[in-house]
Write a protein that binds this ligand. Structure first.
Ligand code: NAD
Length: 258
């Protein structure tokens, strides 16, 4: 189904655990050349590297903190320097940042969440665009940008997560704008909007809160990173989704049906 991903050069940001890692592993299994990234070379990163090695994947790990513009530029430049091209960018690095009510928000919290979730996506995409244009021109098919949005970008986010929910809504909308600017260059832009996925993201939540969330999901359980991964493959593959752009694809067990 996704045969055309073989040998494609795919950069997945924020991919040493959780949703990004599951997508990177699936891309590697399809024969893609994969770049993985995190801001810290920790045990998760080492384990991710070991997993890709054991698959015999063609890959590289890039340590960059994408909340800083110069590191977004360096990531793209190092990936292209190593692999010679960039066919698909997955903007997945992101996170809650902080859980705090509006009345206690300060500038540091504001910068933390928007740098992590918006600067990373805007700047990494900006630096990727010339390479994606070149990829599309060379192949005659589309290149692709896929960003990880969120159910929070549709419904506002949990208590204390207004900046997070707002930042994900911005990601959904940035893509709609980029469709207007770059479809002529044969680049597609789509968003994967996960619901509640069982990753480190939820480790600050109590057992009671997790149970409450579970009860709000028609499927009665959190999703898994592995259940998100095929949607990234679908949106990366020109063969599978070459006429799909500007869409937000929800992977949420029915938690929200927009
Ligand atoms: P996770 O914490 O398991 O993984 C996050 C990854 O991003 C890690 O590899 C981490 O090292 C990396 N990262 C964090 N900060 C970074 C930075 N500044 N620069 C580069 N890399 C960085 O989280 P996850 O749940 O897999 O989340 C992945 C994406 O999915 C995020 O954008 C998150 O907002 C989104 N999301 C998650 C859920 C969920 O329920 N888990 C729901 C909706 C959206």
């Amino acid at each position: 189904m996704f045969n055309d991903l073989k040998n494609k050069k795919i950069l997945v940001t924020g991919s040493t655990k959780g949703i990004g890692l599951a997508a990177a592993l699936e891309f590697a299994k399809q024969g893609a050349v994969v770049g993985i990234n995190s801001h810290i070379l920790d045990a998760d990163a080492e384990q991710a590297i070991a997993q890709l090695e054991s698959l015999g994947a063609s890959f590289a790990y890039f340590k960059h903190d994408l909340s800083r513009s110069e590191e977004c530029a360096a990531l793209v430049s190092e990936f292209v320097g190593q692999f010679g091209a960039l066919d698909v960018l997955v903007n997945n690095a992101g996170g809650l940042g902080i859980r705090v009510g509006l009345e206690n928000l300060d500038d540091a919290a504001y910068d933390l969440v928007f740098d992590l979730n918006i600067r990373s996506v805007v700047m990494t995409t900006k630096y990727a665009i010339p390479h994606l244009k070149a990829s599309a021109a060379k192949s005659g098919n589309t290149a692709a940008v896929i960003s990880t949005g969120s159910i929070a970008g549709r419904e506002g986010g949990g208590l204390g997560a207004c900046l997070y929910g707002g930042s994900k809504a911005i990601i959904h909308n940035l893509h709609r704008n980029w469709v207007k600017e770059f479809t002529a260059s044969n680049i597609r832009f789509n968003v994967v909007a996960p619901g509640t996925i069982d990753t480190a993201f939820h480790e600050d939540k109590s057992a009671e809160l997790k149970e409450k969330i579970r009860n709000s999901i028609p499927m009665g359980r959190f999703g898994t990173s592995e259940e998100c991964a095929p949607t990234y493959l679908f949106l990366a593959s020109h063969q599978a989704s070459g006429y799909i752009t500007g869409q937000v694809i929800d992977v949420n067990g029915g938690q929200m049906c927009p």
